[in-house]
Design a protein around this ligand. Sequence first.
Ligand SMILES: NC(=O)C1=CN([C@@H]2O[C@H](COP(=O)(O)OP(=O)(O)OC[C@H]3O[C@@H](n4cnc5c(N)ncnc54)[C@H](OP(=O)(O)O)[C@@H]3O)[C@@H](O)[C@H]2O)[C@@H](O)CC1
Ligand SMILES: Nc1ncnc2c1ncn2[C@@H]1O[C@H](COP(=O)(O)OP(=O)(O)O)[C@@H](O)[C@H]1O
Ligand SMILES: [K+]
Length: 558
Amino acid sequence: MRRGYTAADVRAAERPLLDRGLGETLMARAAYALAQVCLRELREHAGGAYGRRAVVLAGPGNNGGDARIAAGHLARAGVGVELVDALALDAADAPALGRRLADAELVVDGVFGTGARPGLPAALASAVAHWREARGQREPGRNTPAADVPAGHRRGPEGTARRRGPRPGTQRVIAVDIPSGVDGTDGTTRSDAADGLPEYIAADVTVTFAEEKAGLLLPPGRVAAGRVEVADIGVEIDTAPDVLSLEPADLAGVWPTPAQTAHKYSRGVLGLLAGSAEYPGAAILTATAALSTGVGMLRVLTAEPARTAVLQACPETVPGEGRVQAWALGPGAPEPERMQAIMHQIAADAAGSTAQDGSARPGSRVPPAVLDAAALDLLDGPLAFPAVLTPHAGELSRLLGRLGEPAAREEIEAAPVRYARRAAELTAAVVLLKGAVTLVAVPSGPVFAQSAGTPWLATAGSGDVLTGIIGAALAAGFLEGASHEDLPRMAELAAAAAEIHGLSAWHHHPDGGSPRRGRELRQGPQLGHEAGHRRPGPVRARDLAWAVRDTLSGLLGA
Ligand SMILES: NC(=O)C1=CN([C@@H]2O[C@H](COP(=O)(O)OP(=O)(O)OC[C@H]3O[C@@H](n4cnc5c(N)ncnc54)[C@H](OP(=O)(O)O)[C@@H]3O)[C@@H](O)[C@H]2O)[C@@H](O)CC1
Ligand SMILES: Nc1ncnc2c1ncn2[C@@H]1O[C@H](COP(=O)(O)OP(=O)(O)O)[C@@H](O)[C@H]1O
Ligand SMILES: [K+]
């Protein structure tokens, strides 16, 4: 499990040490750990440290302090270091700095840390844009004009100012504590950039101190950070984390598995209302995914002709009504009246208002529901029963509008965690906001952020598969029903489902190759630049629904 803490919590944990005069000691530890990672990365990716070139971008605060001290360690190891005062940069110097950045084997980003406002100053952003462009254009071994290397800018041994740039793919960008431009607490960056300039410095590796900052787990900070390494500098944080990320190795401990003596009813029955005459495929995908997830029984309430289509594709399904332990409603535009009726019934059962004699009964535990797609369009206030909502940003935009707090899709994409949290408060439900990083928020408590997926998952029908996995998990996880007190556990299951969904895209290859299993699967893919080299290829939602079974078998050691 990865745990991310707010910048305020990290600062509060550092405070007593700073009050004891240990600020310099902490910075020295941070800088030493940073330098060790830089040297290791140079050895692994540039064939060594001596004689390699580094540009160290240092800002005005303690983040810059860490970088400056680390620059000294690198120089002593024989790295040719150019230390750049990142805020003293003149706009006219941006193109030349951009080329020098492109020519370095190592770039250390110590501009801003957790004390910063998101975004980059214009001159620096311009240099980063030139750097990106030069990096993209570089051919192997292309000479860099000597004029690009200003005299007197380099420290370190004589002769380290070699004029060849690094081989493509060998440059390493190391962020100090957090990629500059990214907010440490919510992972956002400046969203008003009309100039099209980069808003942050994307890293291959982020060396973060004490604990992970929440912004490293949240989009877009999570993508900007690359691989995160935590350096222990002797600061203990005893507050609760703000953001959690389940890792593949955590899933076996979280996922409900059948008891030795289980029978199909005691394993959990899922009631599915999905699909319509226009969209029968959505019902097939959701049903297939729920069955691949190992549901005890799947009851399909869908009307003809989609019902027959589901039965033909999934002969295990049982048509018609009956007792269920969880509901999955909404994919493929099923009849709104039917969805409303089911939701009203669950709400009435939850309120305990259905006693035969009309007397009030205390609230009851009821089957929890996952509400997707068309079911989301029926919501306009707090839910009276425990539910997981699974909007993408467009659906969340519509939902927030109906809840009286309109937000455009772009606003949600720029600050997804804020809107996911707000929607959870307004609906009294778990809100799973789909995207490259999927967020799972509860009305109060930590947010889960999961990113096992690949951009290939963004294909029609992929969300229907996720609904099926979540539905099956709720059925197995809440055999005795659920109440609003169970929302945190429902969120954990939804986050686990998102991780399983993402992992399933990785191991299903178009050549029908064998699925990734065991240890490799449990380690999971890495999001960030490195992941870009090992994308799994196109995903079909139908294959994804099938692959879930292999993913779970691998994870649970079956
Ligand atoms: N505390 C500890 O014990 C330890 C902390 N450590 C390290 O300290 C880091 C936090 O350091 P920090 O608090 O000094 O803040 P930091 O992120 O360097 O930046 C603040 C400066 O940037 C400026 N500025 C901000 N945004 C800006 C913008 N958009 N555009 C332009 N300027 C902007 C801002 O100016 P101002 O807002 O005052 O105008 C201020 O001068 C932390 O991430 C870790 O690396 C380690 O050494 C271990 C021990
Ligand atoms: N860039 C991306 N990287 C990884 N996963 C993604 C990306 N974009 C979308 N996804 C995932 O793909 C799925 C798409 O779901 P959704 O938009 O509901 O599709 P549909 O409704 O067509 O089934 C979600 O699980 C989402 O998290
Ligand atoms: K930084």
